[in-house]
Design a protein around this ligand. Structure first.
Ligand code: SAH
Ligand code: TRP
Length: 323
């Protein structure tokens, strides 16, 4: 077995510096907001794994079944030598692709990329144990910055699963998809998993579960601010809100102040006031129609080659080729 390697493009100090900027901008804006990547410290990544097992959170289960049904076909048609995955987290579902691609005999290298060193570190250890023939090379970076060191020397596929594309707003999405297209050669592929627009009665509970795990995950961003920037948020005094914005077709995650509060962010020398009921936006999770995502991919330079959806049309897995 070859030992896995880990490449760090985002040091702890660079992350803290980036969080300083985001917190200064977001906490002084009106309404207040924070970018979603700050959920994912070690505890946040662990809470996300718990979310994927909740009865209400259908996306992970559904996407896993789509991968199970399609992996052999994807491996046969695309036959990549290098699989790069953005926002890979635990890489758990990805094992279905790794199994099919190693069985097909083409895959040589897997490059998971994530902003969470904790999630990535444990993923690459487990993967190189279980796939001894595969070169596993992890990259800690922010996928909205640059797609660092995209490996060359073989046919590549970039996977972007879990509906994470929907965590970007439309303008960010267009830029992001175009930047992926820019690093691929004609004929190489992007495999993207997205949540579809469905009945809010099913959608909203997926982001507001009965056990309160998603609420704890949402509040984790306040713990991250406390730990990294010496802030003094009292996370328990914020309640979790999941709001379906029907016009934009996205779920919006917010944290609502349950009392008037004054919070100090030590590292920034910044004092922030919250009024009772004031909401801080922490994430959007956009849902798509097949036509809509097809148009976005086409505009970025991709041709949709194949689409898999579940019987209830809750989630789609799309394989698109660089034009
Ligand atoms: N792909 C996994 C995890 C999805 S959760 C799955 O389908 O289950 C979103 C993942 O994206 C997390 O692991 C998080 O750490 C990562 N992430 C979020 N924003 C990111 C960013 N800007 N750059 C890199 N990774 C990011
Ligand atoms: N990519 C996931 C999604 O949009 C992330 C996620 C799931 C999430 N549940 C959440 C983010 C709750 C914030 C809060 O489905």
């Amino acid at each position: 077995m070859t030992a896995p390697t880990l490449e760090i493009h985002l040091s702890e100090e660079q992350m803290t510096e980036a969080l300083r900027t985001d917190a200064r901008v977001g906490l002084t804006a009106s309404p207040k907001w924070l970018p979603p990547k700050w959920f994912y410290d070690a505890r946040g990544s662990e809470l996300f794994e718990q979310i994927t097992e909740l009865p209400e959170y259908y996306p992970t289960r559904t996407e896993r079944e789509l991968l199970r049904a399609s992996a052999a076909e994807i491996a046969a048609v695309s036959a990549p030598q290098i699989l790069v995955e953005l926002g890979s987290g635990s890489s758990d579902k990805t094992r279905l692709l790794l199994d099919a691609m190693t069985a097909h005999g083409t895959l040589e290298q897997y490059v998971p990329q994530d902003v969470s060193p904790a999630a990535l570190g444990s993923a690459i250890e487990a993967l190189s144990r279980d796939y001894p023939e595969l070169q596993v090379h992890g990259v800690v970076s922010d996928f909205t910055d640059t797609l660092h060191n995209l490996p060359t020397g073989g046919r590549r596929m970039i996977a972007f699963l879990g509906g994470t594309l929907g965590n970007l707003v439309p303008a960010e999405r267009a830029e992001f998809l175009a930047s992926i297209a820019a690093v691929l050669e004609t004929g190489e592929q992007l495999l993207v998993g997205v949540g579809l627009v469905i009945d809010p009665a099913i959608l909203v509970p997926a982001y507001d579960d009965a056990a309160g795990v998603t609420a704890e995950f949402n509040r984790n961003v306040l713990h991250v601010l406390n730990n990294r920037l010496s802030a003094n948020f009292e996370p328990d005094r914020f309640s979790h809100v999941a709001y379906w914005d029907a016009d934009n077709e996205w779920i919006e995650m917010r944290l609502e102040a349950t009392a008037d509060m004054t919070v100090h962010v030590g590292d920034l020398g910044l004092t922030v006031a919250f009024g009772t009921g004031e909401q801080l936006r922490t994430e959007i999770s956009a849902k798509f129609t097949l036509d809509g995502i097809g148009r976005e991919l086409a505009a970025a330079g991709f041709d949709v080659e194949q689409t898999w959806t579940d019987a209830d049309e809750r989630f789609a897995l799309i394989c698109a080729g660089r034009r």
